[in-house]
Write a protein that binds this ligand. Structure first.
Ligand code: MEV
Length: 286
């Protein structure tokens, strides 16, 4: 395997639909405007073997590659010898709901697609399989939006639909400085489903409706109906945040930050991603 390779992929954020998307609801997700992950591979950059830098996090990447090799070889396929230097740079905080592991999976999948002969059609599934290693079964939403690099609506098993919008409202991102594992948040929602299935179903329906409002709002806003658009996005975000609250995924510090942003004039504030901490997204009149 001897070609140089470089790719940058964006972080992602979710406007509405988290968790319920795992059970068939629509979700709305966008690429993050600033944060991104970049990988560069230089076949000349090591004296034999694969060197991954920086040191921090390199073992996780080597383990990921080794898992791909094992799977590949278990199906009697030849896995190429990887020799060179793989450099990973990321401004996406880990465990913050912004898709750090999905971005890594998309970038690694693209890098390996040529040497492994993975077709464009199979690349999405390949990246999802990698992401499952990080947080159990995922809906594929994070992989889909990071791959699409544009706002999408998404339904598991049906895939992504690019929204084709050019103008979006003003959103800002606020770090609660709390970190949570997606798998643990998913388990918390699952637990509620066991304890109170009727409530859990109502919450999934409410989150699904939140996605519809948010989606409608984005489309209205893009088409020039800004006031109506903002109103619908606000409604969707507020409803989504109430679902997070009912799932007990809004920690005290996040709730206090949410109140502060609302007091400063934000139209709506919600967690993005699995919840339990991470980033809050605020919507503003621009
Ligand atoms: C994580 O970014 C979003 C969740 O809905 C999980 C998933 O869709 O795989 C919580």
């Amino acid at each position: 395997m001897s070609s140089r390779f470089q790719i940058q992929v964006p972080a992602k954020w979710i406007l509405a639909g988290e968790h319920a998307v795992l059970r068939g609801a629509t979700a709305v997700a966008l690429p993050h405007p600033e944060m991104q992950l970049e990988i560069r591979f230089d076949p000349q950059g090591s004296c034999g073997g694969l060197k991954v830098s920086p040191q921090e996090g390199s073992q996780e990447i080597l383990d990921l590659i080794s898992a791909i090799r094992d799977r590949w070889e278990s199906e009697d396929r030849v896995f190429p010898k990887l020799e060179g230097h793989l450099e990973v740079k990321s401004s996406i905080p880990i465990g913050a709901g912004l898709g750090s592991s999905a971005a890594l999976c998309v970038a690694i999948s693209r890098w390996l697609s040529e040497p492994l002969g993975i077709s464009k059609k199979d690349l999405f599934e390949f990246a999802i399989q990698l992401e499952h290693r990080f947080h159990g079964r995922s809906s594929g939403l994070d992989i889909a939006v990071i791959s699409a690099r544009e706002p999408i609506s998404f339904v598991a098993n049906r895939g992504a639909r690019p929204l084709g919008i050019r103008k979006i409202p003003r959103f800002t991102f606020h770090d609660t400085e709390l970190r949570a594992r997606t798998s643990e948040c998913v388990i918390r929602v699952e637990k509620l489903r066991e304890e109170d299935p009727a409530l859990a179903m109502r919450l999934d329906e409410a989150m699904s409706a939140a996605s519809r409002f948010a989606l409608e709002g984005l489309v209205l806003y893009d088409s020039g109906s800004q006031t109506q658009g903002l109103e619908q996005v606000k409604r969707g975000m507020m409803q989504a945040q109430e679902c997070f609250r009912s799932w007990q995924l809004v920690p005290g510090a996040a709730h206090r930050m949410e109140r502060k942003l609302l007091a400063e004039g934000a139209l709506a504030v919600k967690l993005t991603g699995a919840g339990g901490g991470g980033f809050l997204v605020a919507l503003w009149v621009d």
